[in-house]
Each structure stands twice: as structure tokens, then as C-alpha cells.
Write a protein that binds this ligand. Sequence first.
Ligand SMILES: [Zn+2]
Length: 358
Amino acid sequence: MEVTTNMPFFDGHNDTLLSIYLPSRSKGRHFFEESTKGHIDYPRAMRANMKGGFFAMFTTPQSGLEPTMDDVIQQTEEGYEMELAPPIDPQYARMLTVALMAKLFRLEADSKGKLKVVRNIEDLKTSFFKEGVLSAVMHIEGAEAIDAEFNNLHVFYQAGLRSIGPVWSRPNIFGNGVPFAFPGSPDTGGGLTFKGRELIKECNDLGVLVDLSHLNLKGFRDVARISTAPLVATHSNVHAISPYTRNLLDDQLEMIKESNGIVGINFFVGMIREDGKNNSDTSLKEIVRHFQYVADKIGVAHLGFGSDFDGALVSDEIGDVQGVPKLIQALRDAGFAEEELHLMAYKNWFRVLESTWR
Ligand SMILES: [Zn+2]
């Protein structure tokens, strides 16, 4: 009953592919079988009316053993700092990226039409409104898998790649990511390299979205100067509320507005809370504040969801993808009008993708 009235939504970021691919993360779950583990699987996505989103291909640290927070975190008086993650071997990144792409294509092939990898705006708009279909946009988070000649970029593009974050929170041949710290400024390190600036132009030419989440401030400004496409931070929040290194300063929000771009609000509690704590006892009201701030500052046309599901700790009130309708209701209760909710839920994403893709 309530199921059919949920508003359809599109989400700017999930790590579900990696989560179901890596045995250490999957805990035996499968994408088309409902689980109580993780955040997204097909049955839960459909119940929530999640109809599309960016599916990230992310390369984990090379050891295969992911560091725990306790290994790398330094407590400070006001919060914490983490060392910037070391660079990774591009060969290893290519191998894992191709494996995750193959995982997505195999899921699509086995899905009997339930999962669709979308490659242009018409595909997306058609499958998004089809009953029972989940649309996936292929996204690379951290471009280590892309070589300096951009050969892989062209091959991956033909396979269906439509979005790239030039860096994750580590350095590569394209630029520098921000280390995780709270409180902290995103102004860490230099801007894009020569190759990084070339990557932006190459992406513009192909119609591949450039994702600014994880990029440092100088790199962000470089993209703002070079790129001909709307500026997009797929999963980032408001620095004025939660002064985390990955969150956006007011002047970054202004640049996004000027380019007619979008911010996907991240549900990771450590990027929502004023105290930056990794505490899932975080209310929907605290998440709503980020939406209100961005709406007041640059307008509701520049807001979307960027959950970080299957990659981050989210509020207990959200729990998993099935909590998104509760968040939409909380936004409604906070005074957002029905048309504004539709803009945030998917229409803004459609506008940005339409003007970015070929
Ligand atoms: Zn991320």
C-alpha cells in the first residue's frame, strides 16, 4: 500500500558492487535476494522505489585487507585525523575495475530486465519509470584505472562508463584527494596535474560526468575553470554544518550553482553531524538541515541524494535503502513542497545528466 505511494528516486552514490563482490564485505548476500545485511539489494530497492543510481567501481587499498578505522585514525582534541591513503598500483586498479564492471554486466544479464545499465538520458528516462526496473549508471571512484593516454577511458566509455571521480582520498596521476579529518579544510595540497586537466577535457568531449566528491579545493577550482559541464559532487555535504574535509565550503556551493550543477547529500553520519562522530544515533532532522542549508544558499535546483549506501555508516532512522521514503517524508515535514521533493528525488539529476552526457 505504502509501497506504491513512495516517490521514485535516483541516488548519486553507492558502493554496492564492491560490497557484493568482495567476500569480506558481502557476508554471503546476493543482489537479487533480499538480505538484512548491507544497504541495497534489488528487493529492498524496489520496495523503497529506488529506480536508479550511480554504481561506483572503487578500488580498495591494495593489501586486500582494508584498514580498520582504529589502524589509521589519530584522535585529536576536537575530532580526528587520518593519514592520506597511499597511492595504489594502476594495474591492480584496472584489474579490480574490470572485475566490478563484469560483475555489473553479469547482474544485468541475469536480471531478466530488472537491472539496466543506462548509457544515455533517453535510456535512463525510459527505464526509470518502468515498473520493476533499476537503472545503473557506471561510475569510477578514483581514476587509477585510467591510463595517461586515456586508452582505457575510451574502452570503458564504449562499455558504458558515464561518470568518473578523478581521485578518491589519495593521490594519483590526475590530482590529490582530501584526507579524512574532522574538523578540517578541503584546502589540502595542490590542484590537478597536467594529466588531470587533460582528463577533464577528455571527459567533457566524451560526455562523461566529472565527480568532485573526494577532490581537494584546488582541484575543485581547476575543474570549475576547465570544465564545460555542470559541476557535480555526487556524495558531499555542507562544511558550515559539519566541518569535515570532504564537505563543501560556501564558495564551492556557489561554483556548483553557477554551473547549474548538483550536490548529492551523503547519508554518512560522520559527514552529517556537527560533532563529526561516527555515531548512527543521528536524527533525520540533522540530515534535513544539510538540504535546507543548500536550498537556502543556492536553491533546491542544485540538490539530490548521494547516499553512500554500502560504503558508509548511516543513521539508524534510515537503516538501509528502505529508509529513504522516511527521509523524503522528513523533508516534506520540514516544508519542502511536493514539486521540490520531485526535483531533489530525481529531476535535478536528470537535468544535470542530460546536459553532461552526449
Ligand atoms: Zn566516496
